[in-house]
Design a protein around this ligand. Structure first.
Ligand SMILES: [Zn+2]
Length: 127
């Protein structure tokens, strides 16, 4: 994000006669250098979701995650989790975005230490 903001600032302040296309090209070269498969050069396309994910990447925890039993009251303490700042749905689901966000959970291969039933991991976005 910093190179993009810096490029826009140079454009707005008319530094080095830089154009928006120059800013785009600088960013494309940097993305390609770091992730050549995801961001090819030339006319080949790239994923918009992938681009947004890379631009808005942060190491700051954006969510909390907990593990709980599917059958009893067992649950582990909340831990910081990084979902990133861009969420994109990989499949075509007809459910609402609100319902989708409520169900950011998945089953783990772990079993409950109290009743041996499957555990599930829940992730909650921090606001
Ligand atoms: Zn249990």
């Amino acid at each position: 994000m910093k190179p993009l903001a810096s490029g826009f600032k140079k454009y707005l302040m008319d530094v080095d006669d830089i154009s928006l296309e120059d800013v785009r090209d600088i960013l494309r070269k940097r993305l390609h250098a770091k992730h050549p498969t995801e961001f090819p050069t030339g006319a080949a396309g790239a994923s918009v979701a992938g681009l947004a994910t890379r631009i808005f990447h942060t190491n700051t925890a954006s969510a909390s995650a907990s593990v709980e039993c599917t059958q009893c009251d067992y649950e582990e303490d909340l831990v910081d989790h990084n979902l990133g700042l861009v969420l994109h749905q990989m499949s075509n689901r007809s459910e609402s975005t609100g319902l989708w966000l409520k169900n950011l959970e998945h089953h783990t291969s772990k079993k409950c230490p109290d009743c041996s039933q499957p555990l599930r991991k829940l992730r909650v976005l921090k606001c």
